[in-house]
Design a binder for this molecule. Sequence first.
Ligand code: SF4
Ligand code: FES
Length: 519
Amino acid sequence: MPTITIDGKKLDFEPGQLILDVAHDNGIKIPHYCYHPSLSVVANCRICLAEVWAPNPRNDNKLEPIPKLLPTCQTLASDGNVVYTTSPKATANQKAVMEMLLNHHPIDCPTCDQAGECDLQDYAYEYGRGERRCDTEKITQSKIDIGDNIMLYGDRCIMCTRCVRFADEISGTSELFIDGRGAKEYIDVFPGIGINNELSGNVIDICPVGAMLDKDFMFKQRVWFLKTTPSIDPLTSSGDNIIIEQNNNIMYRVKPRTNLEVNQYWITDEVRYGWKFVHDESRVTEINDDAEMVAADMLQQAKSVALLVSPMLSCEDAWLLGNLVRGLDSNAIIGVGPVPIVGEDKTFKSGFTMRSEKAPNARGVQRALGNALDYDAWKKQVGNADMVVITGNYPEAWDTPEITENQTLILIDTLANTLTERADVFLPAATWAEKSGTFENFQNKLQLFERAIQPIGESLPEGQYAMNLQALVDDCLSTTFNPATVRRRMADAGIAGMLEVELPKNTNRVTTDMPLSEV
Ligand code: SF4
Ligand code: FES
């Protein structure tokens, strides 16, 4: 295998790899603005330049310096090359690039929403100078509203063109373009046409500075107060990897988490902004004191039971509910709740697909329950049961079933709906953000999501209710719902895949502590 030496480390690489990629794969940091692993290479920001020495075949393969610094984001690694990213020449270039960028930049970090997660700010500490040496005129551009979710602060833009390339190459919608030339160039949208495609929010994430900002998150929190938890898309069958950011048990933001096999670096705006139901005012989070006791009595007295398990629930929740009901009625009528389908799958230019199936775990619930009826078949049979247990946890109003007056209903749900008043017992459920568990996506990939916030009010995961009711029925003490233990029990019960659940790999955690560089 060919090797390259970067900053004194001899490293193997695959032919075709960029020097910057080889460095990053091996834990060597090279500053970069315009480079992004999924976008075309433009090499316009010049901060990743390094000193490269190469063997000269006309001089007995002796190492000789290439006269100019080379952009490591554009230069392929070559066998025997020696690269210096911290040599005096490379360091002088990094400082010069930073000086030029900061001469034009408003340096309004105290009021900028990107502060704390800004590459310009981080690199100013790590690679810049500690002082301003000249007083050139700042570029002044007013902020513009360029889309439903995005505000562009043009004077903070460093013209890396990541956003323009994203709209051209990933979403394929090309709403953004560069207007003007040289020091007068700026990013803009066409008059009357904003950037409102279904992936638009991703340009906020890839903008390395505070130029593209998220209107929804703007001025709500300083990023260093946020705690980050890895999670999975709770709204569609995509299984997109995400992070949830919260402070004091309040969610503020959802962002993509890199998983090249599932969502690459991206999420849809639907997933990015679709979590608001967690803190929705119509959510019911109080429980009557004796609700679980009454529910357990009803279940024990029932002659026949029907159970509807929502595809919004985790595999673990579904399995525990199924066990509870089958233990009471071996012929229980068990079904999977409605799986909303909205339009058709939409595939973008890069191959990223937005799923029309608006439920995260229809396959996982079916796997956990085994031979459950689909919703239409369940609705035809539910009239045969005198006791009905229904779970919801949908992010909005859902297609609730008809329950007759002579049937008893236990409802475990989040948002108020037509069944909430009708229910004989209502048990407030915790949303996905308030529990951990497993979702199975459209690729049959089982992925773990972690709890980001504590359950709101008195709500509990459906799995915990199943355990509490089981304990009341068995007249013993209940234990705390632990999805990892439940998965082991599921595996012991012969449910395939439960011990191979994928754990979160990359949490994109923000680091804000930086050493001050020597001038
Ligand atoms: S707005 Fe951000 S992503 Fe777009 S060119 Fe400017 S700095 Fe780069
Ligand atoms: S990251 Fe290499 S030139 Fe911009």
